[in-house]
Design a protein around this ligand. Structure first.
Ligand SMILES: Cc1ncc(COP(=O)(O)O)c(C=O)c1O
Length: 471
């Protein structure tokens, strides 16, 4: 007679301990090998995507395949199929080479797979995340009452800010949405903001036209006079201004909006004041650089992406606000099935997400392993890298278009190089380095950002060689 009334667990999904160990040890070795390979190899993808699409068709999931074979295949394709953020010659968008402590955090989290919706399910992780949030809030001098949470990205954190602003602006917003307002709600960023704000306006139900893109001052920063004019114009037209969102570290040029002037205007106009410091907020880690963010302490809320300059793995942003009550109001919910229901504590009652990954461990381990001084040194190092690139290019007759205090350099090549976008395409296609084309204050520029904490002088030389080689 069958002693076990239940079928055995599915072995390929839940292997025995010895088999797990064997595969994990092998995988660790494979990943080490891949890491060395991608650091030395081309930055841009080299894969033939037509061939890959044909190949992926063979995965019809009709029969199982050995996990090791699948892992080997996956790593191989990843080695050739992505822009390599872990390559120190990636001078691209704000995507970091991930810190080792953050990578370790991902391993630990995937073993336990804790549910961070509720403090009863995950008392230790919820408390640990709160502790990290408090530490960052303190660093930003937001005051002891400040609270917040980890989010999947800067976009989610910025979305949270808009929902708080709308909730605070009218008691009827929670029930009736944008209809509660006497006129169409409006919010203000500079035209050099991260354009995900448009999607955020769409998601929040106020419509994309709710976003006013305010003129910049010729140096890529929000022009306070233009901001005042836009607010006055909207009020005169019957619209309802709700939020000013300054950017501390614009995506295109690393510029910081005048944080105090924007704060003054937001206060005077009784608007929520948000600072999108998704990338530039990392400057808080450095005692030398913190002053460039002076005024951040006046924000009602801030966004910082640890998965940018603080080098965690992807999906690790922070939203912080000094208005705990509004955060709870914006995300309150009630159900009998959740193991806890503590307003102001349970993440599902304070944020966009419900089921939630333990995101904060990545930043906790990164920060705890290196300390503020170590993290500050990592941030300052990026600026040293960019300064070096700047010095070299200026020496070769290139013109600097921006004057960022942070680690983004926008440069214009001498006229004989021709079209900037074609030049960048050549660099990227060479695989020797990666930079981005963008437009800054009406000029086509090459955007160079130091995001990888291991970039060497040789890597800088490789970038310069790739940029200055004539096509
Ligand atoms: C200034 C700024 N804000 C927001 C975002 C969006 O952040 P995420 O991509 O993490 O959603 C970015 C992304 O680069 C950014 O540079």
């Amino acid at each position: 007679m069958n002693q076990n009334p239940l079928p055995d667990p599915t072995a390929a999904l839940f292997p025995q301990a010895s088999e797990r160990r064997r595969v994990e040890e092998w995988l660790t070795g494979e990943l080490q090998r891949a890491r060395l390979q991608i650091q030395a190899g081309p930055v841009a993808p080299t894969i033939d995507m037509a061939a890959f699409r044909a190949e992926i068709e063979s995965y019809d999931f009709s029969k199982p395949r050995p996990l090791e074979e699948l892992l080997r295949w996956t790593i191989e394709r990843m080695e050739h199929g992505i822009v390599q953020m872990a390559n120190p010659r990636y001078f691209g968008l704000f995507n970091p080479g991930a810190s080792f402590p953050a990578q370790c955090a991902d391993r630990v989290v995937s073993l336990f797979n804790p549910q961070l919706a509720s403090s009863a399910s995950s008392p230790v992780p919820v408390e640990l995340e709160k502790h990290v949030i408090r530490a960052i809030a303190q660093r930003a001098a937001l005051g002891g009452e400040a609270t917040g949470h980890f989010a999947t990205g800067g976009s989610e954190a910025n979305y949270t800010a808009l929902l708080c602003a709308l909730t605070g602006a009218h008691p009827g917003f929670a029930g009736d949405g944008a209809r509660a307002f006497a006129g169409p709600p409006k919010f203000y960023t500079s035209r050099d903001c991260h354009i995900a704000w448009l999607k955020i306006a769409h998601q929040a139900g106020v419509g994309r036209s709710a976003l006013r893109l305010v003129d910049t001052d010729g140096r890529g920063r929000m022009d306070p006079q233009a901001l005042l004019r836009a607010i006055a114009e909207d009020r005169a037209n019957g619209a309802v201004p709700v939020m000013v969102a300054a950017t501390a570290g614009t995506t295109g040029a690393g510029m910081i909006d005048p944080l105090h002037a924007c704060a003054d205007i937001a206060r005077q106009e009784h608007l929520w004041y948000h600072i999108d410091a998704a990338w530039g907020g990392a400057a808080l880690a450095s005692n030398r650089l913190r002053k460039v963010l002076a005024g951040i302490e006046r924000a009602d809320s801030i966004t910082i992406d640890a998965h940018k300059w603080l080098a965690t793995t992807m999906g690790c942003a922070i939203f912080i606000t000094r208005h705990a009550d509004l955060l709870s109001e914006a995300f309150h919910a009630s159900t009998s099935f959740m193991p806890s229901s503590v307003s102001g504590v349970d993440p599902y009652l304070n944020s966009v997400q419900w089921s939630r990954r333990f995101l904060g461990l990545r930043l906790f381990l990164t920060l705890a392993a290196v300390g503020w001084d170590g993290l500050g040194a990592h941030v300052e190092r990026s600026i040293a890298v960019v300064d070096r690139v700047k010095e070299r290019l200026v020496g070769l007759g290139w013109t600097v278009a921006n004057d960022s205090a942070l680690a983004v350099l926008d440069v214009v090549p001498p006229a004989e190089f021709g079209d900037v976008r074609a030049l960048v395409r050549r660099v990227v296609a060479s695989g020797r380095a990666w930079a981005a084309p963008t437009t800054f204050e009406g000029r086509e520029v090459v955007r160079i950002c130091a995001t990888n904490g291991e970039t060497t002088v040789e890597d800088v030389n490789a970038l310069i060689a790739a940029l200055t080689e004539r096509g």
